[in-house]
Design a protein around this ligand. Structure first.
Ligand code: F6R
Length: 589
């Protein structure tokens, strides 16, 4: 997700402040970075692909500057290259932007007709040009920003410099986050508190459509009617680490709450314009999916969806096995490697082995530029942003989203029915992440063993729910195919043993209920997670999941499993974000 910083003042070097702010925002994830700064009343722009260290190599930190804006870009419109990175400049306006201007193509046409030329494929360059276009008519910066805020559709947070007024820094926002921070004879803008915490803890939250005009001594905020308004100055009281958590007690909870946005970003990146940015996947007869842990579980969901809808055989294997065994593939096989970090040793080794055999590889990776992404033939980046909690949540959700998109691509299904369902998912997720599972957690957190049962795609979800619970709460938990329990494991069920049963497939719900009754009869405490409206006395708790298309159902159903794991771990006072013995990036075999 893009990060914005900005500084105006005489006390510090504007370039250094802006760069250090960007470094504090690195957790948001990005693939290029840039700054614009004044030097002797002239504005310069420096930008680079890749990490901030690349950018820093090109910057002379001895330059005296008292006004700068900076940006880390997470590519949405156009490749993650230098040309597309921010700041963008047109005429008298230089801007950094977080968000998406949905009507940018329409505006671009209008601007081309008016004589503007474009170097990048970004919506941001269009936004800068549009500001310049309006300003050329009214010669008034505030009026210009007010007018564009009514024209731009979508989401935006802008840091803005106009050549005609290098004594002020401007900002404007709708939906995307932006704060204005207050110092002594210096002021700042930033996407998030960590960027400014080194310098000040006082800040103002800019609301939708408000415009900020900032110089070193004064912050003026204007409403939609261009009236000057008073805003409350807030004080952040936590530490740098707590600021990164944005008020959440743990990164895991914060990341679960980011899931609606992650879903939207992932969909926006690949679904439009005939599955833009997807490689040609239609030429393969069979697919192997190779991954570890949760990423392997998303592979199981991928297998289920691709086999059922695209009718292509899919073989899924954990990477630590796959790399050492004989695999049956040929030139018509596509091997898909799934990894959040892109550095997992076994997944990387599997990729290298497959490549050596001349087989095509596609990686589904979150960390841009990571080894697995770089070494595979094709890459699809999940748009989860930086994930800090060791237990994956939002990255898992974005991987499942990618498998839904791949299935739609392979079946060429962009029906109205599915697109409508996709549009509904962010608000369903928004509700889901806010549901309280403390009562259920309270019922199960002292248990020694917890079982998850389900059939078909729900079994794949059970595997993930079970892993999430055990890795952060340290309670032994096992996932079973619902029909398999009676072949041995049912002997472990005794009075009050928690069994979490998942059923989102109506064709199998009766069968699963029969299996639930088998454990209930032996004293199990049953938590029934379902999208069906069947009720009865076979469960102790029921969690209703909104019904959606099967391609998308797992994306919704995983949320209560993640939240239950979180609440149980919290009651057990576990180190939720850093569970014992685990690492975020498993670079050893
Ligand atoms: C569990 C979890 C792990 C990872 C696994 C693979 O919550 O996060 O099971 O899924 O270690 O890691 P990546 O996806 O980085 O290859």
């Amino acid at each position: 997700m893009c990060g914005i910083t900005g500084y105006i003042g005489k006390n510090k070097n504007a370039i250094s402040v802006v760069i250090s702010g960007l470094e504090a925002l690195e957790y948001r994830g990005y693939d290029s970075a840039g700054v614009a700064y004044t030097e002797n009343n002239k504005l310069n722009i420096i930008k680079e692909q890749g990490k901030i260290v690349n950018l820093k190599k090109n910057i002379d930190f001895d330059i005296e500057s008292n006004l700068a804006i900076g940006h880390t870009r997470w590519a949405t419109h156009g490749e993650p290259n230098k040309i597309n990175s921010h700041p963008h400049s047109q005429g008298k306006f230089t801007i950094v932007h977080n968000g998406i201007i949905e009507n940018y193509l329409e505006l671009k046409k209008e601007l081309i007709n008016a004589g503007y030329e474009f170097k990048s494929s970004t919506d941001t360059e269009v936004a800068a040009s549009y500001m310049d276009f309006i300003y050329s008519k009214n010669n008034d910066i505030l009026k210009t920003l007010n007018e564009v805020s009514k024209v731009f559709r979508g989401s935006y947070a802008f840091g803005i410099i106009c050549n005609d007024d290098l004594n002020n820094l401007y900002a404007l926002r709708k939906t995307s986050p932006l704060i204005i921070a207050k110092g002594e004879n210096e002021n700042y803008i930033a996407s998030d508190v960590p960027a400014i915490l080194k310098y000040t803890n006082k800040y103002i939250l800019l609301d939708d459509f408000e415009i900020a005009k900032i110089n070193s001594n004064e912050i003026k905020i204007y409403n939609q009617d261009l009236e000057l308004i008073q805003k409350e100055i807030l004080e952040f009281e936590g530490t740098f680490e707590s600021s990164m958590k944005c008020g959440y007690e743990h990164f895991m909870l914060k990341e679960i709450h980011e899931e609606p946005t992650v879903f939207e970003n992932t969909i926006n990146a690949y679904l439009d314009d005939d599955f833009k940015n997807l490689p040609d996947l239609s030429k393969y007869d069979n697919i192997h999916i190779v991954a570890c842990g949760s990423a392997y579980h998303t592979g199981l969901i991928g297998k289920y969806l691709i086999e059922k809808y695209a009718k292509i055989p899919v073989y899924v294997e954990v990477a630590s096995e796959y790399r050492y065994k004989h695999n049956f593939y040929d030139k018509k096989t596509l091997v898909i490697l799934v990894s959040q970090s892109g550095e997992t040793a076994d997944t990387l080794a599997s990729l290298r082995k497959v490549k050596e055999d001349g087989i095509d590889t596609l990686s589904i990776v979150n960390v841009v530029g990571s080894s697995i992404a770089r070494e595979s033939k094709y890459v699809i980046y999940t748009k989860a942003g930086c994930e800090i909690a060791v237990a994956t949540t939002k990255a898992y959700l974005s991987q499942v989203t990618i498998f839904a998109i791949i299935t739609m691509y392979l079946t060429n299904n962009k029906s109205k029915e599915i697109l409508d369902e996709i549009n509904n998912i962010p608000s369903i997720l928004e509700n889901s992440v806010n549901i309280d599972y403390k009562e259920i957690a309270n019922e199960i957190y002292k248990s020694k063993n917890i079982f998850f049962i389900g059939r078909g795609i729900d079994y794949a979800l059970c595997m993930e729910g079970s892993l999430k619970l055990k890795e952060i709460s340290y309670i032994n938990s096992v996932a079973y195919q619902a029909g398999e329990l009676k072949h041995g494991t049912i002997s472990l069920i005794e009075k009050d043993t928690p069994v979490i049963a998942i059923s989102t497939d109506d064709t199998l719900v009766e069968k699963t209920i029969s299996n639930i009754k088998e454990v209930k009869a032996r004293g199990a405490k049953v938590i029934f997670i379902t999208s069906s409206d069947i009720d009865g006395d076979f469960y102790d708790y029921k969690i209703n999941i909104k019904r959606t298309h099967e391609l998308l159902q797992s994306i919704i159903t995983i949320v209560p499993l993640q939240l239950i794991a979180y609440e149980v771990a919290k009651l057990n006072e576990c180190d939720i974000d850093k569970p014992r013995n685990l690492a975020k990036s498993v670079t050893v075999e």
